[in-house]
Design a protein around this ligand. Structure first.
Ligand SMILES: Cc1cc2nc3c(=O)[nH]c(=O)nc-3n(C[C@H](O)[C@H](O)[C@H](O)COP(=O)(O)OP(=O)(O)OC[C@H]3O[C@@H](n4cnc5c(N)ncnc54)[C@H](O)[C@@H]3O)c2cc1C
Length: 365
């Protein structure tokens, strides 16, 4: 029952909301997480699970992803849950010699930021990934990118939060926020009202509607992504393959996951044959052996895309105690851990991350 008080209420049981609930509960806060459906029901259960650091330019987005990669390093042991984090490394694949012109400079830039990176020729690239087209020109290898099993991440965070005393209320929808004197006071749900001192709004693409109930404008819109999934096949993709869309990833169970480009179609989660056919053709162009692999499923999810494509993390202007953790667009899995850790610090009044300022919700005021 949702009727009790709670010092903090987190709205949304995706990767971002569960991470926030975990880091808050671990720090000793009294936390209730409300999720209108099941954990990972939306974008966090519909994605490829790629954790990309090396594609970020120097600056706050890189720092947010880098700190998340650091937190991922020990996460399975910390949560005592098999989140299937693998730091597989990535290959940024170049399909023509001309495209490789800037590769050495890019590798040097990544090394200057503390990552391991190396430019590889065609033979070495194909030795690492034999399924790639024989005509690829080469690649840029980087050590820090990796993968996760998205559902396991949400469940791992939520279970660990429970162990630290959090309440997790699934199938409980927040319908409105309440504020008095410029301060958040309650979350109204379809199972009762929860009085609270702080709210973390982590409802992904659905965050703006809830923020609007206390007069806060959040410029986040849904960005559809479609995915194709194949039958399990023997291991054929070992690294995160970058530089070519759609992405192709192999899950630990052998299925190949193929996706995804951003589409602006509102809250429409349909999959469409022409888009999926284009994905299939693109994937086969990069890895010809995929041509014979049966497709068994497709789905679509809605990424939360902030107007400026930068996550929104911090206290909302005008409503004290309302913290936003949303708008991670294409990088929510790769940035959830540091977002959760940062929100926990903010709510405890000890913001320790210098890069957090860049994500301040006040930038839209
Ligand atoms: C096809 C696809 C591929 C992607 N690939 C990657 C990738 O490889 N790597 C990566 O880092 N990112 C990827 N992304 C993006 C990533 O999935 C998102 O950035 C991330 O999942 C956002 O997490 P979130 O918790 O903010 O939102 P969500 O996962 O959408 O979670 C929001 C939650 O809030 C709940 N909710 C909404 N309204 C309410 C309410 N009123 N009351 C209670 N609960 C509510 C929803 O049910 C949902 O569970 C991909 C996305 C898609 C769609």
């Amino acid at each position: 029952m949702a009727g009790d008080d709670s010092k903090v209420v987190v709205i949304g049981g995706g990767a971002v909301g569960t991470a926030c609930a975990y880091y808050l509960a671990r720090a000793g806060d009294e936390v209730t997480l409300v999720e209108r459906s099941g954990l990972g029901a939306e974008a966090s259960g519909a994605n490829l699970g790629l954790l990309l650091v090396s594609d970020k330019p120097p600056g706050p987005l890189f720092e947010l992803s880098l700190e998340s990669a650091r937190l991922y390093g020990n996460l399975a042991a910390e949560l005592d849950y098999q989140v299937q984090y693998e730091r597989s490394g990535s290959l940024l694949v170049y399909t023509s010699p001309d495209a490789m012109a800037g590769a050495e400079a890019r590798a040097a830039d990544l090394r200057s930021r503390g990552l391991e990176a190396e430019v590889l020729g065609r033979a070495e690239t194909r030795r690492l990934e034999p399924a790639l087209h024989p005509g690829v020109a080469g690649s840029l290898w980087c050590n820090l990118d990796g993968t996760i099993y998205p559902f396991a991440l949400c469940h791992g965070y939520a279970r660990a939060a429970l162990r630290h005393g959090a309440r997790v209320l699934t199938h409980t929808a927040a319908t409105a926020l309440e504020a008095e004197g410029g301060r958040v006071t309650a979350v109204v749900t379809d199972r009762g009202r929860i009085r609270t001192e702080a709210v973390v709004l982590a409802a992904g693409a659905w965050s703006p509607a809830l923020a609007a109930t206390v007069g806060v404008r959040l410029p986040i819109e849904p960005s559809r992504g479609q995915m194709l999934v194949t039958e399990p096949v023997p291991p054929m993709v070992r690294h995160v393959i970058m530089g070519h869309e759609p992405y192709v990833r192999q899950s630990p169970y052998g299925q190949l996951l193929i996706g995804s480009i951003p589409e602006r179609v509102g809250f429409n989660k349909a999959t469409e044959v022409p888009v999926l056919a284009e994905f299939a053709a693109g994937a086969i162009g990069l890895m010809p052996c995929l041509g014979g692999v049966p497709v068994i499923r497709s789905w679509a999810g809605l990424r939360p895309r902030a107007e400026d494509q930068v996550p929104i993390i911090g206290e909302a202007p005008g409503v004290r105690g309302l913290f936003v953790a949303a708008g991670h667009f294409r990088n929510g899995m790769g940035q959830a851990p540091a977002t959760g850790a940062a929100i926990a610090e903010l709510i405890r009044g000890r913001p320790g991350y210098p890069w957090l300022e860049a994500f301040d919700p006040g930038r839209f005021a």
